[in-house]
Design a protein. Structure first.
Length: 72
């Protein structure tokens, strides 16, 4: 199996939204058994990954910048 195929099977995108220059995704990492929210700001070419717990995942997905410096 190619590494790219293995990586795509490992990561599952649970939700995604776009607004202007921002893309926000909620991911489940099957191998590590962890959730995280990824924010990509295409205008500034910034990529931010925020680890989240199951209880806060949707809240962080909807308001990622409020949680950017906070751990799961």
């Amino acid at each position: 199996m190619e590494q790219g195929a293995e990586s795509s099977e490992r990561m599952v995108e649970l939700d995604h939204r776009s607004s202007g220059w921002l893309d926000v995704s909620l991911f489940w990492d099957r191998a590590a058994k962890r959730l995280f929210v990824q924010v990509i700001d295409w205008s500034g070419e910034q990529d931010l990954a925020i680890p989240v717990s199951p209880g806060t995942a949707l809240q962080v997905f909807h308001h990622p910048f409020a949680y950017a410096g906070v751990g799961a």
